[in-house]
Design a protein around this ligand. Structure first.
Ligand code: ARG
Length: 840
């Protein structure tokens, strides 16, 4: 799978919602005549009953759970922070929680906290305990305090503001010095709202670790690693370094559940889990190519692992060592070469908190400077990227923050200053930048100068693609005769107009797409005379003129759904749509397919698929070569794949015993819950043509049936009449190579691609597609299937709530190239053959 582009997939949430509106909508359109009112009332009553029943069975459980946790269980509020103790010499024994020194001072401070909180009648009511968790040089004491608010008092929660707690504490502590604990003087105190799961008592020792960082790299790991971390863990690692040193931690393995609200790792630039000193909070799985690395701003760091009872993952392994503070915090400088590179401190590690740097780039007089940031990530929760009030890079008076895919800037003079600022909380990867000097009279010799200052090849100007990144190479272009002039000044091939894909980027190629009054607009945007619609002959290239015809039952066209009893249903995509259309119900038979048993909360980051996200995906291993092709599950005995995986110049590919099929797999190196089955029969399509890849389809019969589970489930096959319109978003999945000529993936990959209209498909493939093929991808390139994805499914999600397999990965010119989309076997055209062989 090749994917340079990733689109955030909020999809899942949509799929699983239950929509009540539809019934009401249907009803309101009927509200026309008085006679209908009675029917309407009856319908409303029915709908209300239905809605109540749905609520009763679908939502009530979830509801009552929510009420339970919200109403009956008291709220736990925790405030954590630190106190500075003055006139006290620091004894390293204070670092050992089992030492007398620690215990005595901690006891005294806990008492001071308790006395103070109890002085405030409001806080006293809810106070449960105060815990001192650590000391560091300064002398700094780290503490937290917990309050339990009974359910009935929950409305009072707003009174528990950080300000109130802090004010109380500060007022009391100032007086306190003069009373019982004369030897303890506190000059500073902080307390901020803290996730109660992070409040640990180091004296309890359970899943609590103290680490001393040194120059040599040492390591630590989460409990249970690499198998699974324990459920409901609250683990904490306190890391210390000698004075004047910073701590660097690198997570070489990191696999936490994908939903951060369940399981996560949080890292602090303090020994208190204090939001205001958080470095970062992460979950999910990170590939070894993108490890999480952080650096502290001083000689302490706190790492927490929080898990719930649901899903357990392997956890993490981390390496840590010290860096002298002088090097950890040195950054910026003067750059006087005519070109060079610079990056944020410690990049690609996260930069340390609380750091300012300045680079002054000075090139020869008369020249100017251009800077190009290749990576730019300074994202923080709650920051408006137009203001950048927390971490930022500032160039010529403008602050930049957030995440940018391309940022290029040019100076006004021969000097350019770049400043970098990070505040106390939340850090990120930072940036990587390159600069060079250029002659303002001729900024791009023999090249095109983008508005941003970067130079690109002249051929790329006005070619319909945004090569500059700021579109400046596509503005003010004179469009050729066969091109369409977009409103934004770009030129696009005329045949892309009205294909339901926003090719211009500003929708202008899809704006005036309605046909004349006496015409009908096909799914691919072309107009056909009104008379030919529903004449049982296909006039639109995609057949959409015959797809939804209200002809009397019994009249059959190529576009009708044919019931088992030979009845014809003239409705778009009637099969498995949860509505019984055939009088014998055959359109809703065998519909236990195309669903994901796992309720995936959301899909976060990257293109790695989640376990169970594509439960019909199969990996085919050949002899000792490992994964070579994909396949999909049609039933417990049948898999669908591509003929070209088996019909090759090597006759061994047709020998069943050379193949192994793995279902329920996500990671090629992991076999837990994976079902291995051998192949009993390989059936390739008799018309398969090795030269043209026509009829590139194969069926595999398994020797033993599969057992369906949360991660193993069949996909739905579309009826021959099923319409997948151009522009529809579908997903291709597989372990294929991540780029042309690259290696196959270890983790299952997914990519969102669009169905491309047949005319365009035919043009871009220079007429090589047959009616048994379809194109899908992006003409701009960047996302595609690739070598090793063959035989795998192209799956589309239908409104009815099911996934249908529209294509089988078949071929393409290279991978993800411009104007070279992926070509797939068209399942609707091969549907009847599948039924002939398998009976499915
Ligand atoms: N034939 C390739 C295989 O055996 C799949 C190619 C798909 N290529 C593409 N650009 N979509 O794995």
């Amino acid at each position: 799978m090749y994917s340079a582009r990733y689109q955030y997939a909020g999809q899942n949430e949509q799929h699983e919602k239950v929509d009540f509106l539809t019934n009401k909508e249907k009803m309101s359109s009927k509200r026309k005549t008085g006679v209908v009112v009675g029917v309407l009332v009856a319908l409303l009553v029915l709908a209300a009953v239905a809605a109540f029943l749905i609520w009763l069975f679908v939502f009530k459980d979830a509801d009552s759970e929510a009420t339970l946790s919200e109403k009956r269980v008291p709220a736990v509020l925790v405030f954590s922070g630190h106190m500075k103790l003055v006139d006290m010499t620091y004894d390293p024994k204070l670092e050992d929680t089992s030492s007398k020194n620690f215990q005595m001072l901690a006891d005294d401070l806990e008492e001071i906290l308790e006395i103070n909180y109890k002085k405030d009648p409001f806080l006293a009511k809810y106070y449960t305990k105060s815990v001192v968790t650590a000391f560091s040089e300064g002398v700094i004491a780290y503490h937290w305090t917990q309050f339990n608010v009974p359910a009935d008092d929950l409305e009072m929660v707003p009174e528990f503001s950080e300000e109130r707690v802090l004010e109380m504490l500060w007022k009391g502590i100032r007086k306190q010095g003069k009373q019982s604990h004369q030897d303890i003087k506190i000059s500073e105190v902080t307390a901020s709202y803290t996730d109660p799961r992070m409040a640990r008592n180091p004296r309890a020792k359970e899943c609590f670790y103290r680490l001393e960082a040194e120059t040599n790299v040492q390591s630590f790991q989460s409990p249970g690693f690499p198998a699974k971390y324990p459920p409901k863990s609250r683990c904490q690692w306190q890391i210390r370094a000698p004075e004047k040193h910073a701590i660097a931690v690198r997570f070489s393995h990191f696999h936490i559940e994908d939903d951060c609200s369940n399981d996560f790792v949080s890292i602090y630039d303090s020994l208190s889990p204090d939001e205001s000193q958080a470095i970062t909070e992460k979950c999910g799985q990170r590939p070894p190519t993108n490890p999480l690395q952080v650096v502290s701003s001083s000689n302490i760091m706190l790492i927490n692992l929080i898990t719930d009872s649901a899903i357990q993952r392997p956890g993490f392994r981390a390496e840590y060592n010290i860096i002298p503070l002088s090097t950890a915090k040195t950054c910026g400088g003067r750059l006087t070469d005519s070109q060079g590179k610079f990056s944020s401190p410690h990049h690609p590690s996260f930069y340390p908190p609380a750091l300012d740097c300045k680079w002054t780039i000075e090139v020869a007089a008369g020249k100017k400077v251009r800077v190009k940031f290749s990576i730019f990530r300074m994202k923080e929760p709650g920051v408006d990227i137009r203001v950048c009030h927390k971490d930022y890079v500032e160039v010529m008076g403008t602050k930049y923050c957030g995440e940018m895919s391309s940022l290029a800037l040019t100076s006004q003079t021969n000097i350019l200053e770049v400043t970098f600022h990070s505040d106390e909380s939340f850090t990120d990867k930072g940036f990587n930048a390159e600069y060079n000097a250029y002659d303002p009279a001729n900024p791009c010799p023999d090249q095109f100068a983008c508005a941003s200052g970067i130079c690109i090849s002249k051929d790329l100007q006005c070619d319909g693609w945004n090569d500059c990144g700021d579109m400046s190479d596509e503005m003010k272009c004179k469009c050729e005769k066969d091109q369409f002039a977009c409103d934004n000044g770009m030129c696009k091939p005329k045949y892309w107009v009205c294909d339901r894909v926003n090719d211009c980027g500003d929708e202008s190629d899809e704006k005036q797409c309605s046909c004349d009054d006496n015409e009908w607009r096909c799914g691919d945007g072309t107009c056909v005379p009104q008379e030919v619609v529903c004449d049982t002959k296909k006039d639109c290239g995609d057949g959409s003129d015959e797809a939804s015809c209200k002809v009397s039952p019994g009249i059959c066209s190529d576009f009708s759904f044919k019931c088992k009893n030979q009845e014809c249903i003239n409705k778009v995509n009637a099969e498995c749509d949860r509505v019984k259309d055939c009088s014998d119900g055959s359109d809703e038979e065998s519909c236990d397919c195309g669903i994901r048993p796992y309720k995936l909360n959301r899909i976060v980051g990257g293109e790695n698929a989640e376990l169970g996200e594509w439960p019909w995906q199969v990996s085919l291993h050949f002899m000792t070569n490992g994964h070579v092709c994909g396949a999909s599950i049609l039933s417990d005995k049948w898999l669908l794949s591509a003929a070209h995986c088996f019909q090759t110049s090597n006759s061994l590919n047709l020998v069943t015993s050379n193949w192994r099929t793995y279902s329920g797999m996500q990671d090629q190196y992991k076999q837990d819950d994976v079902q291995l089955r051998s192949v009993q029969t390989i059936i390739t399509h008799p018309n398969y043509n090795q030269m043209t890849f026509d009829y590139d389809i194969a069926l595999l019969e398994l020797s033993q049936p599969l057992e369906f589970t949360n991660t193993i489930h069949p996909i739905c096959l579309p009826a021959p009449s099923h319409v997948f319109p151009a522009g529809m978003s579908c997903w291709v999945t597989g372990w294929g190579t991540l780029r042309e000529g690259g290696r196959t993936a270890r983790l299952l990959q997914k990519a969102e691609v669009k169905i491309i209209n047949d005319t365009v498909c035919n043009v871009v493939t220079e007429g090589q597609v047959t009616s048994r093929m379809l194109c899908s991808g992006f003409l701009s390139g960047g996302v595609d299937a690739c070598q090793g994805d063959s035989g795998g499914p192209l799956a589309c999600f239908e409104e009815s709530g099911k996934w249908f397999q529209v294509g089988i990965v078949s071929w393409g010119e290279g991978c993800a190239r411009r104007n070279k989309p992926g070509v797939y076997s068209r399942v609707t055209k091969l549907r009847d053959w599948i039924r002939e062989i398998t009976g499915i």
